[in-house]
Design a protein around this ligand. Structure first.
Ligand SMILES: [Zn+2]
Length: 407
């Protein structure tokens, strides 16, 4: 398994850019300005000013081959109200502006702000048009708000680009960069998915805890690990309810081991020529193809065990002998067993290994079942022999419905 996460440690700001452009307020008494008739700064004035600023900036961008900017309506409305309630807009600190915008718009990952004053509208537009940030391709929007500053006009201009909130739908739709609120520490971070990875273990760059496990299915869609459980039932006669838990687990496992051969994804015919696509299969797909690699047979076996009433989980992590790996753990009333789901043909009572010293070379990092993803902060000595205790394995919190459309 390859970790596909590229995370960005902190919110990116183009603050240096903005500050270098300066905060232009003249200390000189502007006698001329005092006597000049000041325009009425109403909504129509703000709209007209921004529209002129957009045209001016695009005249800089287009010849340079940079995408045009437009306005961002909700950011604009917020900016106007933010400046209106400020007692002295011309002395606004740009950091205050960034903080306010990022609190209100968590997806505003790129921001540059500039505060300029001038005696007249035209000159104000000229100052904004000459700002170095306007040619920066990272931005896709410009918003401005004009205010009165003594006898002068002031303008706060904000260049921005917002990145969408992370959801599986958005990730499958367009990929790229997203923002997400960590369910553990609640801090918002940026994330980018690498679709070429088989397993995407998403971790928060702030608290470093994993918050999601995703994988690409055979149709190329990114899915949550839990969604690969499908309640699959093995064809044929149901396993007898008579024997012990161990007998029933072995009987189900035996069917899978005799039916499926171990095969890496690399051996599978791939979509495009020369392309090797690492994918996860659903239990019915693994069964139907009668082949799978470690996570495919692990998911099939765990799904079938859950269907038979057992508490079973798929573990992903490391195996001392083979590297990154997936396997199954199942709990009976008395014991916890580790099932090496890549075993083929005959499985016997000896293959049903109770968790203990003999399984220490399996190092689980995350577990999942149909509902939840589990993580641990305990030491390997303790969690390696117990895959079910709530004190060792915590479920990733699910955000309340509506808070973020993550789930
Ligand atoms: Zn966090």
């Amino acid at each position: 398994m390859v970790r596909g996460l590229l995370s960005f440690g902190s919110v990116m700001l183009a603050a240096g850019l903005a500050l270098s452009a300066g905060f232009h307020v003249s200390g000189r008494v502007d006698l001329l300005g005092v006597f000049r008739a000041m325009p009425e700064i109403d909504a129509a004035f703000q709209r007209g000013f921004r529209s002129d600023a957009i045209s001016r900036i695009n005249r800089v961008r287009i010849p340079g081959g940079v995408d045009e900017v437009s306005g961002d309506e909700s950011l604009q409305a917020y900016l106007e109200s933010f400046v209106q309630v400020h007692p002295e807009p011309s002395s606004l600190e740009l950091d205050e502006v960034f903080d306010a915008l990022q609190t209100r718009f968590p997806g505003a990952q790129y921001l540059a702000a500039n505060l300029v004053t001038s005696r007249n509208r035209e000159d104000l537009l000229g100052k904004i048009g000459g700002w170095i940030a306007v040619a920066n391709p990272e931005f896709d929007a410009i918003n401005t708000t004009v205010f009165r500053s003594g006898g002068r006009l002031g303008a706060l201009a904000v260049m921005s680009r917002r990145i969408p909130e992370f959801s599986l739908h958005a990730a499958n739709e367009k990929g790229g960069r997203f923002h997400n609120r960590c369910p553990h520490c609640k801090v918002i971070h940026a994330l980018e998915l690498d679709r070429d990875s088989r397993t995407l273990i998403l971790s928060c760059p702030h608290c470093e805890l994993p918050f999601d496990v995703l994988a690409v299915d055979i149709s190329g869609e990114i899915r949550r690990a839990n969604d690969f459980f499908e309640g699959f039932t093995l064809p044929g006669e149901p396993v007898s309810e008579e024997g012990s838990d161990e007998d029933r687990i072995l009987a189900l496992w035996q069917r899978i081991a005799t039916h499926c051969t171990y095969e890496l994804d690399q051996a599978r015919p791939s979509g495009q020529e020369g392309e090797v696509r690492e994918v996860w299969k659903r239990p019915s797909e693994t069964w139907h193809e009668a082949t799978g690699d470690c996570e495919d047979t692990a998911i099939l076996l765990a799904d079938v065990l859950v269907g038979a009433g057992f508490d079973a989980r798929v573990a992903i992590g490391w195996n001392g002998n083979i590297g990154q790996h997936a396997w199954v753990v199942v709990k009976t009333a008395e014991r916890q067993y580790l099932l090496e789901a890549t075993l083929q043909e005959e499985v016997t009572r000896d293959d049903l290994v109770e968790l203990g010293e003999g399984t220490d070379f399996y190092r689980p990092e995350q577990l999942f079942d149909k509902e939840r993803i589990y993580y641990t902060t305990a030491s390997p000595e303790s969690f390696g022999r117990d895959y079910f205790s709530e004190s060792l394995w915590k479920a990733v919190p699910v955000p309340p419905a509506g808070e973020l459309s993550q789930r």
